[in-house]
Write a protein that binds this ligand. Structure first.
Ligand code: NCD
Ligand code: ZN
Length: 347
């Protein structure tokens, strides 16, 4: 029997790039209209490295999302080689920081100030382990001699495994996983390791980026891998395992920065995120697992309550906008111009 609609607890998005200034104004409500909370990534051009900066950024986000007054941005600290453990503990204790983000230096957009070697931040990580603060990890090695399609798998052996051995109680989220290797690794490890999965990595593989002409709007980091990995991600997301949860990694870039000789990494998936995710669960005949993945596993891992509100998703096709914004802020959203089979009705 075809399910025509589902009602679930309001979801959260555990990995979002909202940017700042005019771009923040333009994109923030796409996230706020769907999600109760969102983990806000700290990789602004000047990274968010202090609680004072995070509190001010949170205020700008709250102002930009006033029309969705229940929306709650959860802030993260950007870890650098020189960040002090005390900045993290006081920021966490005062409720400004929910988590801290590890970018290996130069792994992705605005990550030049990231961590050069994990051992450099061991004092901070030990502190986080003690206070129960989650570490969010961009899990790719950056060495020139490692192929871009192997960078996540190499990170598991080179960094993630030793880290979890050294800090067995540290809560870690392996962000935006893209490989079967990561799915298997997360599944095998203890309950202190979980992973977010983006909607685009559930829907596209590397052929979608490269066959029949290069599609810059499907380029992101970690880059989509071959089909066997996509299938492993779909299986993990819909499996019912509490270790996997929703994180879009929506990452807007102006169209000129994407359609370029050296295009930026990032897919702007916020506008129809839930509708695309639910399509995956429907195709996998796992609609009954969608609420766990979208609304429950994340808060349980973070030690937060699930949201009070409900949302309805209806089987009703709609067309994705071709463009969002104007002039220098124009963005091509994920699946621009395509028809998608589900629609979100917010109660
Ligand atoms: C992100 C961005 O643009 O900030 N880009 C991306 O491709 N995902 C950074 C990131 O999460 O890697
Ligand atoms: Zn990201």
């Amino acid at each position: 029997m075809t399910v025509e609609s589902i009602i679930i607890t309001q979801p959260d998005d555990w990995h979002v790039h909202l940017r700042d200034g005019e771009m923040l104004q333009q994109v923030a409500n796409y996230t706020a209209r769907q999600f109760g909370r969102a983990i806000i990534m700290p990789n602004l051009p000047v990274p968010i490295t202090t609680a004072v900066m995070a509190a001010a950024y949170r205020e700008r986000i709250v102002q930009a999302t006033q029309e969705h007054s229940n929306f709650q941005p959860l802030m993260t600290a950007y870890l650098t080689d020189t960040i002090e453990p005390q900045e993290i503990t006081t920021g966490f204790a005062s409720g400004v920081f929910t988590a801290a983000k590890l970018y290996p230096a130069n792994a992705t957009t605005n990550s030049a100030a990231g961590v050069s070697h994990i051992k450099k931040i061991y004092p901070v990580l030990e502190t986080m382990q003690d206070i129960g603060m989650p570490l969010l990890v961009h899990g790719e090695v950056v060495s020139d001699d490692i192929d871009i399609f192997d960078r996540e798998a190499a990170f598991i052996d080179q960094t993630m495994l030793p880290l979890l051995k050294d800090m067995p109680e540290l809560k870690v989220v392996f962000e935006h996983i893209t490989t079967k290797d990561a799915v298997d690794f997360v599944t095998e490890q203890g309950d202190n390791l979980a992973a977010t999965i983006t909607v685009h990595h559930l829907q596209i593989n590397r052929n979608d980026i490269l066959v029949g002409g290069i599609k810059p709007h499907l380029y992101c980091l970690p880059v989509a891998k071959r089909e066997l990995h996509r299938l492993a991600l779909r299986k993990a997301a819909t499996s019912g395992s509490a270790k996997f949860f929703l994180g879009t990694d929506t990452a807007p870039h102006a169209i000129g920065d994407k359609e370029s000789a050296c295009g930026c990494a990032g897919i702007f998936s916020a506008p129809h995120a839930l509708e695309n995710y639910v399509q995956v669960f429907d195709e996998e005949q796992a609609l009954d697992q969608f609420e766990n993945f979208a609304s429950k596993n994340g808060p349980v891992f973070y030690g937060l309550p699930v949201n009070q509100g409900k949302i309805t998703l209806k089987r009703e096709s709609q067309q994705v906008q071709d463009r969002i914004g104007q002039d220098h802020l124009t963005i091509s959203p994920y699946k621009a111009g395509e028809s998608i089979p589900w629609r979100l009705l917010v109660e």
